[in-house]
Design a protein around this ligand. Structure first.
Ligand code: HEC
Ligand code: HEC
Length: 218
């Protein structure tokens, strides 16, 4: 096994030298390796783009102070890139973000995502005392009789998420989280089948409760 892994690595490292392959002739491993070989993110360029274009809404350090604009700081870069690509392609719909994403190349997206990831997320607070118990129950245990799974199972008990697939949620503005859960439920946000199924059975009060709990989660 070890020998195999080593020779695969060697093959991957040798790839740039193999660029003289005729089109169509390239081994399947070359296509699979493309993301591995992609250039490192340029954090200086990422910061420049973020400061010039994104900071006005998402905050100078990715910690937006406005409830409708999500915090991006410390979010997993793969998740951020996926969202930007899907705004650009129209798979995730939002008039504001589709416009901004359209101006970004793949490299810009990667640079800006890795820069946002490098910023520390500021914690938030739960505000609705009478809903917090309900919110915690849903987050940690789901709703068994309606087959709503525990959020913690995918987003982790602390809400830090599980890279690369499951995004960080903790500390996010409750207004933004509640809006997204409603969009998933009502078929407005259609870029995650898993989340469409999770949100399908939540009522408005449960969405408010779990979103408020998530805002204070750390
Ligand atoms: C005019 C305000 C505004 C600007 C400027 C802006 N955004 Fe946004 N952004 C939003 C809003 C509003 C949303 C939520 C949209 C939705 O509901 O899908 C959002 C959502 C996002 C998301 C999805 C976050 C998540 O948790 O799923 C990403 C990623 C993002 N923006 C990145 C950027 C980047 C990168 C830039 C700069 C190139 C930028 N935004 C500029 C307002 C803005
Ligand atoms: C089976 C795994 C799974 C479970 C369980 C789950 N999620 Fe998710 N969730 C995901 C995935 C995957 C995404 C990323 C979707 C995407 O790529 O656009 C996501 C995204 C989200 C988002 C969007 C984040 C953003 O920044 O826009 C919110 C909000 C969210 N989940 C809340 C919840 C809540 C609340 C629960 C519990 C009621 C829950 N999730 C349970 C898998 C899960």
């Amino acid at each position: 096994m070890k020998l195999f892994a080593t020779s695969l690595l060697a093959a991957l490292l040798a790839l740039p030298a193999m660029s003289s392959f005729a089109a169509g002739e390239a081994a399947p491993v070359a296509a699979a390796a493309a993301p591995v070989m992609a250039a490192k993110p340029d954090l200086v360029k990422g910061e420049a783009t973020f400061t010039a274009v994104c900071a006005a809404c998402h905050g100078a350090d990715g910690n937006s102070g406005t409830p409708g604009y999500p915090k991006l700081a410390q979010q997993h870069p793969e998740y951020l890139v996926k969202q930007l690509q899907e705004y650009k392609s129209g798979k995730r719909k939002n008039a504001i973000m589709q416009g901004f994403a359209a101006t970004l190349s793949d490299a810009d997206m990667k640079n800006v995502a890795y820069w946002a990831t490098s910023k520390k997320a500021k914690p938030g607070f739960a505000k609705e005392k009478e809903l917090v118990t309900m919110g915690e129950r849903i987050y940690r245990g789901g709703i068994a009789d309606r087959q709503v799974p525990a959020c913690a199972g995918c987003h982790s008990p602390t809400g830090a998420g599980i890279p690369a697939q499951y995004p960080r949620l903790s500390g996010q503005h409750s207004e933004y989280t509640a809006a997204q859960l409603t969009y998933f439920r009502d078929g407005v946000r259609t870029n995650s089948l898993q989340m469409t199924q999770v949100a399908a059975k939540l009522n408005d009060k449960e969405i408010r409760a779990v979103s408020d709990y998530i805002a204070g989660l750390r």
